[in-house]
Design a protein around this ligand. Sequence first.
Ligand SMILES: [Zn+2]
Length: 602
Amino acid sequence: MPRNIKAAYAKGTRSMNGKPGPNYWQNHGKYNMDIKVDAETKVVSGKEEILYSNNSSDTLKNLAIRFVNNLHKPTSPRSGAVSEDFLSTGLNIIALSVDGETYKVDSKSWGTVGNVPLKKPLLPKSKITVKIEWDYPLSKESGREGQIDPNSFFVAYSYPRISVYDDYNGWDRIPHTDRAEFYNDFNDYEFSIKAPKNYVVYATGDFLNPDEVLQPEISARLKKSYTGDEVIHIATEQEMKGGKVTQQKDWNTWKFAVNHITDVTFALSNHYVWDGASVIVDKKTNRRSSAQAAYNPITGKDFVNSVKYNLNALDWFSNNWPGIPYPYVKTIAFQGFADMEYPMMVNDSQFGDPVFAQLVQDHEVAHTYFPFYMGINETRYAYMDEGWATTFEYLIGIAEHGKQAADDFYKKFRVDQYINDKSTEEDQPVISMSDQVSGAGYGNNAYGKASLSYLALKDMLGDDLFKKALHTYMSNWNGKHPIPWDYFNSMNAGSGQNLNWFFQNWFFTNNYLDLAIAKLTPAKGKSTLAVKNVGGFAIPFDVVVTYADGKVETIHQTPAVWKANQKEVNITINTTKKITSISLDNGIYVDATPGDNIYEVK
Ligand SMILES: [Zn+2]
């Protein structure tokens, strides 16, 4: 446990029982924003008022202000190469004031995190009002946001926000360099988007004024889609082309609001078609959530089934894994190219492969729980969200396509590359700070290895106890900022077991996936099989015994076999029959050297 984390537990902001400590706090912003998108110049401009609460016991002398889209500035550090079309001038702060006092800010020098020294310090348990007026260009080629085509824009991270100030690290000043993702406070938002005539705006939050911006027939269809399972074409290609969708004013102002959420995002297009339907996500209250899709009618073939697939995903995630009702009013799939999640929205590519497209959409929607519902610090601990999204993607994949297909895909897409690449980055401990792991090591720690640890724990505890422990963790920390040790402690508390040996094994070592048969010792009535854990990870596996009579027996071992001795284990095979061969089947825990997992009896 690093020193800063130890200090957080010592001062009682976190607790070893897995819950937030008696002194837990998190800061909060109430954002009121008016944003405009000029479709001709591709400039986004806005004004915001942030009522920021310092709930900590610290006096803040600075404000760290984050603007992720400064990633596009030529001067910003980036984790990979970009094209010239990706580059832009970034954020321009036109005006900034704190409690009515004007500040002179030179945003030219800002990276993705700017610093504003406060003229008057912000005292513990007190508030300030920050007003900012800004603009920035949407880059021509974009990643998680920007121009999708000349008349479709995914406008994410569009406003300067106060960075997280937390109990274990103070101000979060880690620059956004593209690969490692985000860390945001839970804020309240009221915002409006001013868009040109015939542009439909899709955004996070409750859509407050459909009748003011949509023509009556379209508004009626949208409302109808909120109440039934049948997929409706809210706006067709012909209607978009014919000016039959939005009110025919030069500009329409679309209004949205949502409380206690980590971010708001929006997108707009003047030619995408719009589908919608809804599904009951909470059977106790009959609460429905809306699934919508916006896509190019010519190229967006994968998106034709997007709503149908999301009705299934919202239902499945709500009732199976994680088995917590989908917490939002809607999800909107927008055709872009990021394959990226945002609260209530996903920006996915057209793959031309409907099965893969569904899997990616499932993955992005699964992110609703981690990082959004759970407030994960993705920048430092990417495995706390990607590992779960990967796990849920696999589990819903079993329901959708069967276990064999889901296993094959998971091995191919999430494990094979990692286990077959012997570079030193692959085996860095998962606990390593995500923004500090280079190369493919980042992805393997965040996705595959973390997900395997969650699935191994599920195998060891069994579904019921694992779910009880997971729900303990989720109820302890939803709407807050858990760190890995809160996960470990919550799972210990929820399962009623001390799993520290297991977490030590999976998160704090250079282990990998590799078993080997050491030897078989035949004896009357029972044989003993010695299995070596060469790679070290506490994985489940099957012992497959083939007998002289041709019969095959499979004996499953959960990771519990590694609790006492993580290097080698003796497995008893109770049989009077003659064994001809034994093999170890690691399943999705793909073995680095499968050749030594087979033993032929001579
Ligand atoms: Zn993901």
